[in-house]
Design a protein around this ligand. Structure first.
Ligand SMILES: *Cc1c(COP(=O)(O)O)cnc(C)c1O
Length: 402
């Protein structure tokens, strides 16, 4: 047995029996959460530095989110988009007033927001630039989701294997190389789609000028800039949206993960003239902009923006966290290659596979994640404190020192 503490064997066996084997799950059944903490079905407590992989931005069961969900559940849970939906309108307004965008389309996940972005970019370019436009340039090491077009946009072969033929129309270039983007443009290119900071691909931030260069390339060639802010959005990097760090604005942006404070919701944002290519019949989603999901997202976004406190905290505590990791790197330079990221989206590239460290952390009651095989990833709720970070650093120090 890998884990030394009590396991809920019966439940885990049933999980393995009845569910498709799509995840390498730790042998932990999480049952309850409050703030930074979660508890498993045996009563063991954990500090959660995964935060549902950048989803639980306000922590677990934030009272504002819980109350908004309770109130909305009593009033109206679902109606279709055949009608106007109050919380959807309020959330749309909130996102427009706090971003580059003029209009919003709601869906249910990151992959769905990306699908919508691909459709909108193609339709806009065909109608407004040239009818042969459809190709989208994306980055190697990118991650855009698991549905077929989002998967095809993803610049990592390991995710493609077994699912070919892929959706045509994507061209991959090295990340953080503006010249490569320029060279990849063809007569068919309609857009460039990037994560401002790559998440699944190993928490990779570009150099300061990269996105500015790409923005310029888009403007010079009548291409749309699509940003996948599914992971970097909603305050994760210390600004509401990561593009704000780079002095640029996209034409289209995909959101999901943190948007609903834990409830599934995705969104596609766009400027007016681009959004105009979606007309009745162009695109739709049964659950998109569902009242319950939108009520949760309104509570989440309002709390994120209240007095700027949460974003300030994220920037300050994120820097503290990064400094701690840098210090750890100095002390354990034979294990740690690099510390990367912004705000509370941090990665630490190790010289060895990260999974054993993730497991050791879980045993001591701390949840962390590993991506790209050897990059420890930290995406805790934005409410994380110095004390909790110190606790994680102590644990990592103890584990690496063994
Ligand atoms: C998680 C993620 C997605 C996919 O989101 P799902 O909700 O899992 O479909 C897409 N893009 C990025 C950058 C992500 O991190």
């Amino acid at each position: 047995m890998l884990y030394s503490y009590a396991m809920d064997k019966k439940l885990i066996d049933e999980s393995k029996k009845y569910l498709m084997n799509t995840y390498n799950r730790a042998p932990i059944v999480l049952r309850k959460g409050r703030g930074m903490k979660v508890w498993d079905s045996t009563g063991k407590e954990y500090l959660d530095f995964v935060g549902g992989v950048a989803v639980n931005c306000l922590g677990h069961c934030h009272p504002k989110v819980v109350i908004a969900l309770q109130k909305q559940a009593q009033r109206l849970i679902h109606v279709s988009n055949l009608y106007h939906i109050e919380p959807q309108i309020r959330l749309g307004k909130l996102l427009v007033e706090n971003s580059f965008a003029d209009r919003v389309f709601f869906c249910n996940s990151g992959a769905e927001a990306i699908e919508a972005a691909i459709k909108l970019a193609r339709k806009y370019a065909k109608e407004n630039v040239a009818p042969n436009k459809y190709e989208i340039i994306t980055a190697q090491g990118s991650f855009h989701g698991r549905t077929l077009a989002a998967l095809s946009a993803t610049g990592q072969e390991k995710f493609h294997k077994g699912f070919e033929p892929l959706v045509p129309g994507f061209r991959y270039v090295p990340f953080n190389d503006a010249d490569a983007v320029r060279k990849a443009i063809t007569a068919e290119t309609c857009a460039i789609m990037l994560e401002p900071i790559q998440g699944e691909g190993g928490v990779r931030a570009p150099s300061d000028n990269y996105l500015k260069e790409v923005r310029r390339i888009c403007d010079e060639n009548r291409l749309l800039l699509v940003l996948d802010e599914v992971q970097t959005g909603m305050g994760r990097t210390g600004k509401l949206f990561a593009y704000e760090h780079f002095g640029i604005q996209p034409d289209i942006m995909a959101l999901a993960k943190g948007l609903g404070g834990g409830v599934p919701i995705g969104a596609l944002l766009a400027r007016e003239h681009v959004a105009a290519s979606f007309q009745p019949g162009s695109h739709a989603s049964t659950f998109g902009g569902n009242p319950l999901a939108c009520a949760s997202a309104i509570a989440t976004v309002e709390t994120l923006l209240e007095d700027g406190f949460m974003l300030d905290h994220c920037r300050r505590i994120g820097q503290y966290f990064k400094d701690c990791l840098e210090k750890l790197k100095k002390d354990y330079s034979s294990y740690i290659i690099e510390v990367r990221g912004a705000g509370l989206m941090l990665g630490m590239e190790m010289t060895k596979a990260g999974d054993p460290i993730v497991e050791s952390c879980a045993r001591t009651g701390i949840l962390i994640n590993c991506t790209s095989g050897n990059v420890l990833r930290f995406t805790p709720p934005l409410i994380v404190t110095e004390k909790e970070i110190d606790h994680l650093i102590d644990a990592l120090e103890e584990i690496l020192g063994r």
